[in-house]
Design a protein around this ligand. Structure first.
Ligand code: TXA
Ligand code: MG
Length: 307
């Protein structure tokens, strides 16, 4: 951890596990390091990065005029799968925010991520900018091996990939815009609307227009295989469906989750497996519930729009 933290301070990149997906980290105050994130990911420069911090105490470094309800959310759900979009402080430069006057902040809930962030603070770091550790538009990695598969050809030899095993949640954090009078959800995730309303006592509103979220592009989170929803799988196609649904003959079953949490957890690795097996198409039967099923359907509908 100490050497990974030093590598960050020196402007290097460190990929690390979080409870949601793996992130590709750089010192959030270093514009050269952040520029490398964009080139390694192949991501357009106007898409903002989330700053990861070790605890809520660091929020004041990056954000200003934090509303009461955002503090309540941080107290309740951090460390956890939630990103708060707040008015930025002076420290949050344009290269981080894509020129917007807001900044995304998150305290991840993973022992390796927190150890890295704490080690980074010990050597004077303030926060680690980290998007998901995949090429732009692709499926986020949920294992260290998937990070290497995605970015191995683009990272330099001294960059670091920390292996913390498979991610628990499996899909990206809920992004909540906290710049208005009421919270609004920019990207659904494990922290759902009911949980936000219960915590804040405020009704969640429609998202304000004009905020750019690359994860909300219509085609995103896509494997090379074509993702088909609402179809009956044919022989030779991949198939991801709840365990209660049987596999027709000749169909290649990639995953059989027994509940929505497990569905989220295995979704991206199952889509990657479709590509590993060079399947042209994968049929997914979506979970129908509320809660995290909403986020799963969100990602699947974008995946279905292809690369
Ligand atoms: O779970 C996660 O959030 C993972 C892990 C690594 O923490 N990170 C992640 O980062 O998914 P990324 O960059 O792949 O997706 C973050 C999304 C992007 O779509 C970005 O546009 C949006 O968050 N975002 C970041 N800062 C923002 C801001 N100030 N305003 C609006 N959207 C923002
Ligand atoms: Mg991403």
């Amino acid at each position: 951890m100490a050497s990974a933290a030093k590598h960050l301070i020196a402007g290097g990149l460190v990929a690390f596990p979080t409870e949601t997906v793996y992130g590709l980290g750089a010192d959030a105050t270093n514009s050269t390091a952040a520029a490398r994130i964009y080139s390694v990911k192949g991501r357009p420069k106007d898409h903002p990065l989330i700053v990861h911090i070790a605890s809520m105490e660091g929020m004041g470094d990056w954000a200003s005029d934090v509303p009461e309800y955002a503090i309540a959310l941080g107290r309740k759900f951090w460390p956890g799968p939630m990103t708060l979009v707040l008015k930025r402080s002076e420290l949050a430069a344009d290269f981080l925010t894509g020129g917007q006057d807001t900044v995304g902040v998150r305290v991840p809930d993973h022992v390796v991520a927190l150890a890295l962030l704490e080690a980074f603070e010990k050597v004077g770091g303030k926060g680690v900018a980290a998007p998901s550790a995949n090429r732009f538009g692709h499926v986020s990695p949920t294992t260290a091996a998937a990070v290497v598969e995605e970015l191995g050809n683009y990272l330099s030899k001294d960059d670091v990939v920390l292996d913390g095993g498979a991610c628990d949640v499996g899909i990206e954090s809920t992004i909540i815009d906290c710049t208005g009078d009421a919270p609004s959800v920019l990207r659904p995730g494990a922290i759902n609307v009911a949980m936000i309303e219960q915590c804040t006592g405020i009704k969640v509103t429609q998202s304000h227009s004009g905020t750019r979220v690359s994860g909300s592009l219509e085609n995103h989170y896509s494997p090379a295989a074509k993702v088909l929803l609402c179809e009956t799988p044919l022989p030779g196609q991949g198939f991801i469906a709840p365990v209660s649904i049987k596999t027709p003959a000749g169909v290649i079953r990639l995953a059989s989750p027994s509940n929505d949490e497990e569905f989220a957890q295995i979704l991206y690795s199952a889509l990657r497996e479709a590509d590993a097996q060079r399947l042209a198409e994968v049929v997914v039967i979506q979970p129908i519930g509320t809660g995290i099923a909403v986020a799963i359907r969100d990602r699947l509908s974008r995946a279905a729009n292809g690369r």
